[in-house]
Design a protein around this ligand. Structure first.
Ligand SMILES: Nc1nc2c([nH]c(=O)n2[C@H]2C[C@H](O)[C@@H](COP(=O)(O)OP(=O)(O)OP(=O)(O)O)O2)c(=O)[nH]1
Length: 140
């Protein structure tokens, strides 16, 4: 089975990271994730990330760097994470699709929301990559 990539954005602005609460499907609803989605066949992951952020949040963003690693999701999907930032003049994020709440979290508040289980290791790696580690030892 060919692996399919889901890109998640570690979208940072002013030292805070954007968390998004899923509204569907039922087994994921209410849990928090990195905004993003499936990379379409033939699409570059950075392009998919920018597209998903525009569709889901209504923002103009650019992808930064790939966070090293990949995290298994329901087969055949694997989560890849990229840093991202809003372009100057971008609208503020709004929960247009797939989400019913958004929160900008400081490093001290990152673990205040119930992330999807599979996102926890990805998030820890992303925070380390961004230099946003906290003293919180969650998952260590
Ligand atoms: N976007 C995103 N999806 C995640 C994360 N963690 C995680 O397990 N997933 C799962 C949820 C979904 O089963 C799948 C991504 O699907 P999606 O519904 O966001 O993708 P999409 O926007 O391309 O939607 P579609 O093609 O199904 O309409 O990956 C994450 O951090 N971000």
């Amino acid at each position: 089975m060919t692996e399919r990539i889901v890109v998640g954005a570690a979208l940072v602005d002013g030292g805070r990271l954007l968390a998004a609460r899923r509204s569907a499907p039922a087994d994921l609803a209410g849990r928090w994730e990195l905004p993003g989605g499936k990379v379409e066949p033939g699409e570059a992951p950075e392009a998919a990330l920018v597209r998903e952020l525009r569709e889901e949040l209504g923002v103009a963003a650019e992808a930064g760097e790939r966070v090293p690693g990949q995290w298994p999701l329901r087969p055949p999907f694997a989560l890849h994470v990229w840093t991202a930032r809003l372009l100057p003049g971008s609208p503020a994020p709004a929960p247009l699709e797939d989400h019913d709440a958004l929160r900008w979290l400081t490093p001290a508040r990152i673990w205040d929301v119930p992330w999807l289980d599979q996102d926890v290791p990805a998030l820890r790696q992303a925070l380390a990559h961004l230099g946003m580690d906290t003293a919180d030892a969650r998952g260590a």
